[in-house]
Write a protein that binds this ligand. Structure first.
Ligand SMILES: C[S@@+](CC[C@H](N)C(=O)[O-])C[C@H]1O[C@@H](n2cnc3c(N)ncnc32)[C@H](O)[C@@H]1O
Length: 192
């Protein structure tokens, strides 16, 4: 059953609907590896996941999570670099991607995703996305800088041309404005 009421889980279901064994996917913000693990399971041993983070702690936590689930193998590349440099590492179309913005839970809350690099990363990720591919962005307006980032991301994706991208925003109406929100984006076409 779909868990409609947890922001990150909602994004997982959106990706799980389309990602198939052999596909390529991106985790733009590896963090503690929950999203990387999901992507690794969905694309299977013949697929590929590229996961980015700027903190060594995130790579260590993700490596550990993947190992404990038996998926720390060549299907996953953990990249110690910012997602804004995605085009340095990925030269083929991807079918799915997720960006879970903000800070590393359990880590340093001052190391956060930043509006400028987030926008660059999303723009480049959309260019890499194949027809029918999907991108999830989870935004967290509750920390310093988070609201500005959320608003900038929403402004950007709301300007995507509607014949190429479908863009849906999911918000909790009866929670404080600091609650997370989810942006679900699909590129037109079905050539996956
Ligand atoms: C909310 S956490 C991600 C949670 C993660 N997806 C998970 O499943 O646990 C956000 C992460 O973004 C990382 N981050 C911040 N700036 C970044 C950048 N420019 N490129 C890639 N990751 C970045 C942070 O270090 C932090 O680990």
């Amino acid at each position: 059953m779909i868990n409609w009421f947890m922001a990150a889980k909602l994004g997982h279901h959106f990706l799980a609907e389309i990602l198939q064994p052999g596909h390529r996917a991106v985790d733009g913000t590896m963090g503690n590896g929950h999203d990387t693990l999901l992507l690794a399971k969905l694309v299977g041993s013949g697929g590929k996941v590229y996961a980015f983070d700027i903190q060594e702690q995130a790579l260590a936590n993700t490596r550990q999570r993947l190992a404990s689930e038996g998926v720390l193998d060549e299907r996953v590349t953990l990249i110690p670099d910012g997602h804004q440099n995605i085009k340095k590492y990925i030269h083929h179309p991807i079918q799915g991607a997720i960006f879970n913005l903000g800070y590393l839970p359990g880590g340093n809350h001052e190391i956060i995703t930043r509006t400028g690099s987030t926008l660059t990363a999303i723009e480049h990720t959309l260019e890499l996305l194949s027809s029918g591919g999907r991108l999830v962005i989870v935004v967290y307006p509750g920390h310093a800088g988070g609201r500005e980032e959320k608003e900038a991301v929403e402004t950007m994706v709301s300007q995507l041309v509607s014949h190429t991208y479908k863009v849906v925003k999911v918000n909790f109406l009866n929670r404080p404005p600091s609650a997370p929100g989810v942006l679900l984006i699909e590129k037109a076409g079905d050539s996956m």
